[in-house]
Design a binder for this molecule. Structure first.
Ligand code: FUB
Length: 459
């Protein structure tokens, strides 16, 4: 293609992206999220993340709690708020250091493994994937003599029921968890802690900062089984981090280095962290970047790409994109109550929570909007209802389809309801609408318009 042809292509692509509305990465825009750990449960993906605060303190990771999001379609994500925090542990007094988590279900309970930077690895348990999580042992879980290196736990249960918890930076260790998932077999390794030998064959060769031979393994392991192979995916190559992987025929190794999965790209942060799942017949790589914060490495955001394993089980090199996952796995039903914090894409919005309403959308200003993709109106809707609260003059919700400037189905007028927590159900009529559409709620008004908890259409 000649230069003019190239130019035309670039211009066409630049316009096509916003028109199609296919910018899905990062998948959470209302908070900074990092260290993604997806978990499948029933028909839903639960995504646990660490959380970079909006205010970075001392130019270092500023992380106080762990958040959870869920999706049934890989495109619309529901915010469940902070499901655990450093305050969940009363045996230590750290106020910062809520690093990379992972959750797993067993026998109807959900176990959230978390590193507390400088305090080692701890565990919390809940009856539901979204908590409330509580500390079942009142002390750190992993008893080692290198707690500063004990970060980034990853957990999987083998087919024979044996659960493994791996972790570590710059070493890699594991314990064999007992069936209770809150203790481990102390008869193996060093009082239960097994150290993996860091060889070039296992993790690729890279000289350390002191020039001595080392491996590419850095941190953030993600351990799982796919078909008959065990995978160890990890942040690699030091800083800035790549994502690489090794495989084994056994959950305990030996590991064989297989190379890069994601290389460095401009909008990636100096750290990276992988989480991989299969969902509805497709495979997905979650990672984090610094796109939303425009390049601030302590304000990261989770993104996701779909990929296909090669026939031999190897993982292809995956390019981080802004488009992300464009195809929704199924449609969203607008005739049941939908939480306002179920969002495919938003601009300008934050979420907050209280004990009554749970999580809601807040800090809504004139021109902000949120999108919900693949909403199936079937043969039609007649009214729109929403729960809102306003301490100010209120504003409007313009209900549009298929674009921020798309056709207006209706406008919900929101007046002062008597307070930012004085929730009212309001409704308006909507014009003809059938079939599957992306819905845009565009907020109009002056300043600090209202809070928005849930919405629902009626036939
Ligand atoms: O998020 C804090 C730390 O940065 C994580 O524990 C590492 O994996 C890296 O992402």
């Amino acid at each position: 293609m000649d230069r003019i042809g190239n130019l035309i292509l670039v211009v066409l692509l630049a316009f096509a992206l916003p028109i199609c509305g296919y910018t899905q990465n990062p998948i959470i825009q209302t908070n900074y999220t990092a260290d993604p750990a997806p978990m499948m449960y029933n028909d839903t993906v639960y995504l646990y993340t660490s959380h970079d605060e909006d205010e970075t303190v001392n130019n270092f990771f500023t992380m106080y709690d762990w958040r959870c999001y869920s999706s049934k379609d890989m495109v619309n994500w529901t915010d469940h708020g902070a499901v655990a925090s450093l305050k969940s542990f009363n045996w230590m007094n750290k106020t910062n250091g809520a690093w990379a988590p992972q959750c797993i279900g067993r026998n109807g309970k959900f176990y959230l493994y978390v590193p507390i930077h400088g305090e080692g690895i701890a565990v919390l348990v809940a009856d539901s994937p979204t908590g409330p999580f509580r500390d079942p042992i009142g002390k750190r879980l992993v008893d080692s003599d290198h707690i500063w290196q004990d970060i980034d736990p990853t957990v999987a249960i083998d087919d024979n029921g044996q659960a493994y918890l791996y972790w570590g930076n710059p070493g890699l260790w594991y314990v064999k968890l007992n069936e209770d998932m809150i203790s481990y077999d102390k008869t193996v390794g060093d009082n239960g802690v097994v150290s993996i030998e860091m060889t070039a064959e296992a993790f690729g060769s890279k000289a350390g900062r002191d020039g001595r031979p080392g491996t590419t393994y850095t941190e953030g392991p993600w351990f799982y089984k796919h078909n008959n192979l065990y995978y160890m995916v990890y942040a690699s190559e030091g800083i800035p981090e790549y994502i690489s992987y090794s495989i084994s025929n056994s959950p305990e190794g030996p590991w064989v280095y297989k190379g890069h999965i994601m290389k460095r790209a401009d909008h990636l942060a100096f750290t990276n962290h992988a989480g991989i799942i299969d969902f509805n017949g497709s495979s997905y790589l979650f990672y984090h970047d610094q796109d939303l914060s425009k390049g601030q490495g302590f304000k990261r955001s989770v993104s996701v790409e779909q990929f296909t394993y090669n026939a031999d089980g190897s993982i292809p090199l995956i390019t981080p994109t802004k488009e992300g996952v464009t195809q929704s796995v199924g449609n969203l039903n607008p005739f049941t109550r939908v939480e306002a914090e179920t969002i495919a894409w938003s601009e300008g919005l934050k979420t907050a929570d209280n004990s009554q309403e749970g999580v809601y959308v807040t800090q809504i200003e004139n021109g902000d909007y949120l999108t919900v993709r693949s909403v199936d109106f079937g043969k039609g809707a007649k009214t729109f209802e929403a729960s809102v609260a306003s301490a100010t003059q209120g504003g409007q919700i313009e209900i549009r389809i298929d674009g921020k400037d798309g056709r207006v189905l209706g406008i919900l007028e929101v007046d002062n309801t008597g307070g930012a927590q004085a929730w009212k159900r309001l409704s308006c009529k909507v014009s003809d609408i059938e079939g599957v559409h992306d819905v845009y709620f565009v907020f109009k008004g002056d300043k600090d318009l209202f809070n928005f908890d849930w919405w629902q259409f009626s036939k």
